[in-house]
Write a protein that binds this ligand. Structure first.
Ligand code: AMP
Length: 147
């Protein structure tokens, strides 16, 4: 085997995603298949308190759909920028670290590429997505230091 063949790039769809995905692109060989993966945590309940006296319940279903639509749009432009096949752009629902590992397992990935902020203090204690993915990852993990 020369290099990694099946690469999963975990993206949070912030402006940092380009940095992480470009690193993965640079590692890929012409034989590599690269997939972008974003995981959205479902909104179980949303309740907006406008004042101590007035509360406004929002339509959670519509809000959730709007978020998913927006994320699909960001994923589309990131995928276009990096020339990733449309079939290899995934927006899933669930717990990010868990879904990233499950997806990598199903795809028989040999590398997960993920960003890291090099957490310190409380962030280190609470853990980051990168450290959660590292624990129990089914394959190699590259943590890309976000500048
Ligand atoms: P953080 O846990 O916020 O420090 O995120 C670090 C990295 O974890 C990001 O750069 C992404 O590579 C990955 N990540 C965070 N949240 C998600 C998500 N919801 N879906 C996919 N990857 C994510």
């Amino acid at each position: 085997m020369n290099g990694f063949e099946r690469i999963i790039v975990a993206v949070d769809l912030t402006e940092e995603s380009g940095q992480v995905a470009r690193k993965a692109r640079a590692l890929a060989t012409p034989a590599s298949r690269l997939s972008l993966l974003h995981v959205t945590e479902p909104i179980n309940s949303a309740y907006f308190d406008g004042s101590p006296y007035v509360s406004v319940a929002v339509n959670v279903g519509a809000f959730d759909e709007e978020i998913m639509r927006h994320k699909e749009e960001i994923m589309a432009s990131l995928g276009d920028e990096l020339d990733i096949d449309t079939a290899d752009r995934h927006v899933l629902r669930g717990k990010p670290a868990y879904e990233i590992k499950e997806f990598a397992k199903q795809a028989q990935a040999d590398l997960i590429v993920i960003g890291t902020h090099g957490q310190k203090g409380l962030g280190l204690i609470l853990g980051s997505t990168a450290s959660s993915v590292l624990h129990g990852a089914p394959c190699d993990v590259l943590a890309v230091r976000i500048e």
